[in-house]
Design a protein around this ligand. Structure first.
Ligand SMILES: [Zn+2]
Length: 180
């Protein structure tokens, strides 16, 4: 209870409900476009990912298995092992650089800090599911947002709709469910 008290003190919430109720709440958050992070059991994470990752969703988002080469590069250059399983790959409309698993993990380290990322990966019982995260993918080469339908104007782009990064992680970092 002391842990819960600390946690609530830092401005979050702990939910106690049946597995069915938790699953229903997470589904509603996904479908309602609500941004939230859920720390759930591994079993619950599996239930959510199998509900979310339908064959249609896999096709629509264009996720593919992260290659061994890219996983090796993530381990070597970013120092993180076994962190991501599959992801979509989107070319930057400004410079053509492809935003994939490596770029996503790199941006995550930059925005959340190594300590936070490593602490998440070290969890033994818990899985983190991110629902409709608000971060926008940014191209590491030219700093433009990863978009579709933007207009190229010389060295930069204007307009366009941000393209969400879709991915599935490993056991502690189970991945994300997003509408767009
Ligand atoms: Zn770019």
């Amino acid at each position: 209870m002391a842990d819960i008290d600390d946690f609530i003190g830092s401005g979050s919430c702990v939910l106690s409900a049946s597995d069915e109720a938790v699953l229903e709440i997470i589904k509603k958050a996904v479908e309602g476009g609500i941004s939230a992070s859920f720390y759930v059991s591994r079993g619950m994470a599996e239930a959510i990912t199998s509900w979310y990752w339908t064959p249609e969703r896999i096709r629509e988002t264009g996720v593919e298995e992260v290659s061994t080469d890219e996983l090796r590069r993530i381990e070597k250059e970013l120092g993180l092992k076994d962190v991501i399983h599959f992801a979509n790959r989107t070319p930057c409309e400004n410079c053509g650089h492809v935003y994939g698993a490596f770029e996503f993990i790199e941006q995550g380290l930059r925005e959340h800090g190594r300590e936070m990322v490593e602490a998440t990966l070290e969890m033994k019982e818990t899985a983190l599911i991110r629902v409709n995260p608000s971060e926008v993918s940014v191209c590491p080469k030219c700093n433009e947002k990863i978009t579709e339908g933007a207009l190229k104007l010389g060295e930069r782009i204007i307009g366009g709709t941000p393209v969400g990064h879709h991915y599935g992680g490993t056991s502690a970092y189970a991945g994300c469910c997003r509408l767009t």
